[in-house]
Design a protein around this ligand. Sequence first.
Ligand SMILES: NC(=O)c1ccc[n+]([C@@H]2O[C@H](COP(=O)([O-])OP(=O)(O)OC[C@H]3O[C@@H](n4cnc5c(N)ncnc54)[C@H](OP(=O)(O)O)[C@@H]3O)[C@@H](O)[C@H]2O)c1
Length: 432
Amino acid sequence: MEEDKLKIGLLGLGVVGSGVPMILKEHAEKIAQVTGMDISVKTALVRDENEKARQAEKFDIELTTDIDDILNDAEIQVVVELMGKVEPAKTYIEEALKRGKHVVTANKDLLAQHGGKLVQLAQENHCDLYYEASVAGGIPILRTIANSLAADNINKILGIVNGTTNYMLTKMVSEGLSYETALSQAQALGFAESDPTNDVDGIDAAYKMIILSQFGFGMNINLDMVTIKGIRGLPIEDVKMAARLGYEIKLIGSAEKQGDSIYTEVGPMLVKREHPLAAVRDEFNAVFIDSSGVGESMYYGPGAGAKPTATSVVSDIITIAKNLRLGTTGHMFNSYKHKTKITPDNQVMAKYYLSLEAADQEGQFLKLAQIMTDANVGFDQLVQNQEKNESQTARIVVITHTVSKEQMAEVIKNIKATSGFKLLNVMKVLGD
Ligand SMILES: NC(=O)c1ccc[n+]([C@@H]2O[C@H](COP(=O)([O-])OP(=O)(O)OC[C@H]3O[C@@H](n4cnc5c(N)ncnc54)[C@H](OP(=O)(O)O)[C@@H]3O)[C@@H](O)[C@H]2O)c1
């Protein structure tokens, strides 16, 4: 039987874009068998045709610099957007959906900010919209949550979902590198962009947590509802102190349900060395899920890279191909919906790590103990670094009992208002 043909319009022939025709070619036999279709990229939108001529020839792709060549081509049924950034990607995707074309994208910036509207537009036009590669690149996490965990009740999602910062933190922990040196190394290896803001300030991880929260809890949250702290300027002293106490510092995205509300945050957190997330090293990603039925499960793998990410993109294309054959296109990637509600600060519970500098005066410990007692905050550990620095201050580290975010805010406010103390860092400590 002759296979049906499925033609793709590819927007962007960069790192991931180039990986798509490669995967389609390398795994052509299996893809044809599971879909019953001959899938190929017909046209790619590029900015400079000369620059991409060699790739086009290798994979027998037509190049264009005019989006209308793809949007107006009736033979192209699927548009794959791999340009990145919000515009013009958003406009092109909207136009494709309005013309009845199915869409695949890996664009987390776009989905985290405009996902709800794009999903609605896809529905109105009875089109598929898939974006597996937008979270954790090669790890098939969205489809796992939407399909394999559909019967389960997810309580908590913890993710190491930014490879750049995980690489940097691994170097800081294992080689004692400073933040600045770790960043330069990540840039030299191509893990970090020349402007690393979105990575080191936690924004990229927050985008991914917004998408994960939508899949895990059915809630549509936006960036303003996520508490975000990055690792910019993280002092190596805290990394070393955390190690002394048996923890690794990781940039963790956390989305946790309490009753019918969730709390989503991104920040450097102390993870017990025995926790599976502590073993996620270098540029790797992992998503750890706590759910009522399965219990604890972790999904680990490459969060970026041409082949891993393109493999996720092609898995979305395969899903569309199967839907086309079965006549089942137009269903949402994730159909779980729940009223969006954010847990108030007085109910967000955690242990905290605080590091501060205290002037070498009598009664400093007593003052600190008083501040914590006033906020009803107890502590598990209190460590003082014996060596005094040049300014004759001592470095003190406290790990608190489990307290509310509201209580912690009071402690922070009072430490800042008390003379002789300088608050250096506050980080959450993940539950054991
Ligand atoms: N890289 C990864 O491992 C990874 C992992 C997960 C998700 N993603 C997501 O995948 C998407 C693509 O990432 P990438 O790493 O492949 O980026 P990239 O290497 O920068 O590729 C983007 C390509 O799109 C082209 N482009 C941008 N705007 C265009 C426009 N208006 N018209 C035509 N072409 C345009 C760029 O052309 P120029 O070369 O001329 O600039 C470039 O070739 C992003 O949304 C990213 O967040 C990437």
